[in-house]
Design a protein around this ligand. Structure first.
Ligand SMILES: NC(=O)c1ccc[n+]([C@@H]2O[C@H](COP(=O)([O-])OP(=O)(O)OC[C@H]3O[C@@H](n4cnc5c(N)ncnc54)[C@H](OP(=O)(O)O)[C@@H]3O)[C@@H](O)[C@H]2O)c1
Length: 241
């Protein structure tokens, strides 16, 4: 199958992120016009410089509602919204870092919700929205309370939005362990390398995911106009072990 996204305008949040960057790369290669966001002009320019194709962007911090409204006002009409931008943190509930916990909720749950709220005013009826949760909504993992809470809320809200925003389709991707900077950001490079290696060995597929595994799933959800209101788990079978 050759997917042609020429004349499709796609919004991707958080272009410095591993999944966002690879998704932008794939959708651009399929001919899409891609509009991205980053938290500063420097980050935005640096990320856009690594991409080839019809790509541009604006600065947006998801924790600032005015920023989000302004971003979508500048973008205007578009076809597809993809919202991977979010902060990460791990902490067991007894030792919860509440500031970091709130930052995760503010970006991952509230931030995606704000994007849908403002994006819904400009999205075309033939369009789609792809949200992000994580396998921890289905497989408990110590320390992942906030990822699980924000992710489960997003999956549930996404199913409601598939009704409310119809005929626009709304789906959620639940990634398993994917090789991006989020792990080193949470626990440092060395610990992250160890955790990723040990999880890879425990998975049925004997590897962790690559950002491209998720990018392909985004392309699928954009392409298949009969897929709606689902959570697509892309985890190499992590929830089974
Ligand atoms: N990687 C995994 O193993 C994994 C597993 C399960 C779920 N997920 C989910 O998949 C999505 C993408 O993950 P990823 O691994 O690609 O993440 P990542 O590499 O850590 O990138 C996160 C992106 O979000 C941006 N961001 C953070 N807080 C923001 C805010 N307040 N406003 C605007 N942008 C903000 C970051 O920008 P800065 O550069 O400014 O920090 C960065 O561009 C997330 O929802 C994540 O929870 C990932």
């Amino acid at each position: 199958m050759h997917q042609d996204l020429t004349s499709h305008k796609v919004i991707i949040t958080g272009i410095t992120g591993g999944i966002a960057r690879e998704t932008a790369r794939l959708l651009l290669s399929l001919g899409a016009e891609v509009i991205v966001s980053a938290r500063s002009q420097d980050k935005l320019d640096a990320a856009i410089n690594t991409l080839d194709g019809n790509v541009s962007g604006y600065v947006m911090d998801l924790t600032n509602a005015d920023d989000v409204a302004a971003f979508f006002g500048k973008v205007g009409a578009f076809d597809h919204l993809v919202t991977p931008a979010a902060t990460g943190m791990f902490a067991p509930v007894r030792d919860m870092d509440w500031d970091a916990a709130r930052a995760l909720l503010d970006s991952k749950q509230w931030g995606q919700m704000l994007c849908v709220h403002h994006g819904a005013k400009h999205i075309k009826e033939t369009g789609s929205i792809t949200l992000f949760s994580g396998t921890v909504t289905q497989k408990p993992l110590a320390g992942a309370t906030m990822f699980a809470a924000a992710g489960a809320a997003t999956e549930a809200a996404g199913r409601i939005w598939a009704f409310e925003l119809a005929p626009v389709r709304v789906n959620t991707i639940a990634p398993g362990v994917i090789d991006t900077g989020v792990w080193a950001g949470i626990m440092g490079e060395e610990a992250a390398a160890g955790v990723k290696e040990s999880i890879a060995q425990s998975l049925p597929v004997k590897r962790i995911g690559a950002p491209k595994d998720i990018a392909k799933s985004v392309a699928f959800l954009i392409d298949n106009s009969f897929v709606n209101g689902i959570t697509l788990v892309v985890d190499g079978g992590h929830r089974l072990v």
